[in-house]
Every structure is written in structure tokens, then in C-alpha cells.
Design a binder for this molecule. Sequence first.
Ligand code: SAM
Length: 276
Amino acid sequence: MTTPQVADEVLAYYSTRFDEHARLASSAAGVLELVRTQELLRRYLPTAPARVLDVGGGPGAHARWLVEDGYRVHLVDPVERHVREAAGAGCTVEVGDARSLSAADASYDVVLLLGPLYHLPELPDRARVLAEALRVVRPGGLVVASGIQRFAALFDHAAHGRLHLDGREERSGRVLASGVNEGREFTFAYFHRAEELAAEVRGAGIDGARLYGVEGPGDSMLKAAEAATGLQVPQESDLFVSALAAARLAESHPELLVASSHLLVFGHRPGQAALS
Ligand SMILES: C[S@@+](CC[C@H](N)C(=O)[O-])C[C@H]1O[C@@H](n2cnc3c(N)ncnc32)[C@H](O)[C@@H]1O
């Protein structure tokens, strides 16, 4: 099998053009993503210390709190800058690609894929990522995959008041139709429809796949408030607390999945749970 290559555009974006390390702290929407991802993961994670493989873990935003919670975390990411930054999170780290993991078969209790699927526009690449996750997680182990929701860029540009500027309306129309983000905003990426992401995960053989919207309907309001004032909405503010409550309430209503920028799917490798 050929060694997969991450697109140069994606490597350049994270290596030089964008500071992923600051992303989840530098806006209220980022904080909401972190808080909601944490609470959803904590609902499903086995008791610590379980072995967690954080594939596409970036600079270690989730690895850091997982280590603090007592998990044994190994992080894999193709961007050397991210791997260097993640080394400070208390996990072990490795430069690598989600399509071809160095981990042994059934060697982890949990595999996180919070990034790789949305940077791979071709379905066979995403199928390879899910197959690798299933190979390295133990029977009965947890697989969690993240997708960017198809309509996320539309809401994001509208909330920032810039959809009608600089050709974004036309480019957003193309993203809505194909799911492929060309890279002018963000970077080379694929934005999933919710049911499509769930079908890919189920199609890979992951059991009991359950889909969640991460940020919920308050995401755009937070972005619009920050765009209008130039100030970050504080976590203690009524607007943030209300957005968090909206995300929790929306969970039981699949029609509201389109309101979230990120989707998370939780499922298990079929088979008997082994001792960790
Ligand atoms: C937006 S960041 C998310 C980082 C972190 N997991 C989080 O949720 O905050 C997406 C990450 O996916 C990584 N990535 C992109 N293509 C990948 C691939 N083929 N295999 C593994 N990781 C990949 C990027 O390098 C980047 O660190």
C-alpha cells in the first residue's frame, strides 16, 4: 500500500498561515467547541487510565485535559509544528497520517479522529482512516470522529457579515453543492452532511454510531456578537451560558444538527470488551 501524502496546502496552512494552538481559546465559538467536545467525550470515555490515540490531535487541545483526567494519550498529527506544541501537553507524540497508523492492532481503548476526516475530500481516504481506527482500537473500544457540517461556512460568513463580500457568496454556493472547500478560506477540506457522516462511520463497521451537534444554534450568535463589538464574549456572560444551554437542548433534535459547525459521531468496534 502506498504511503499517503497530506495535501501541501493543508500542511502549509497549519505550519505557517494559521495558529491552531490559539483557536479554541481566542473566540467564544472556540470555547464553546472545547466545552461541548469535553462534555460529550466525558459522557462516553471509559474510566481512566484508558489508552487514548488522538489522531489529528493538532497542538494537543484535547490531549491536555485528557492527560489531566488521567488518560494515557498518544497523539499523531502530520504537522510537525503541531506535534512539537503537543509535546507540552503531557502526552506522547508522533508525526503521522490517519490513513496509515504505526499503532499495533487492538492496542487502544479509544481512538479520536477530531480532524482527519474533514481534511480528506476523497471518500476512499476517509474510509481508510476509519478502517485504521477500527484496526487499532480493541474490540468493544470507542471510536469518535469529527466532521465539519456542510452549512458551517454559510452560517460563519453570514454571522461575520461578510458572505456578500470578495466572492464568498459564489464560493460558498460551490461548497454547499459539493462539500469541497477549495482553500481560500480555512484550507482544503470536506464538509459533511450529517447523515452522510453517520453513514460513512456505520459503513466502516462501527457499531451503534450516534451523532451529535457540538456548538448548537447559539454558535452564530456568538460570532455575530464578536463581529459587531470586536470583543470576545466571556464564558460567564448570559450570551455564552445561553448558547451552551441551547447546544444541550438541541441534542435531542436531529433537525438542529445543521446549526452546529462541528459534528461528532460516537461508536464502538464490534466485539467483546477486553481488559485495558
Ligand atoms: C482543526 S485541527 C483539530 C485539532 C484537534 N483535534 C481539535 O479538535 O482541536 C485538524 C487537525 O487534523 C490534522 N490532519 C489533517 N490531515 C490529517 C491526516 N491525514 N491524518 C491525521 N491528521 C490530519 C491537522 O494537521 C490538524 O492538526
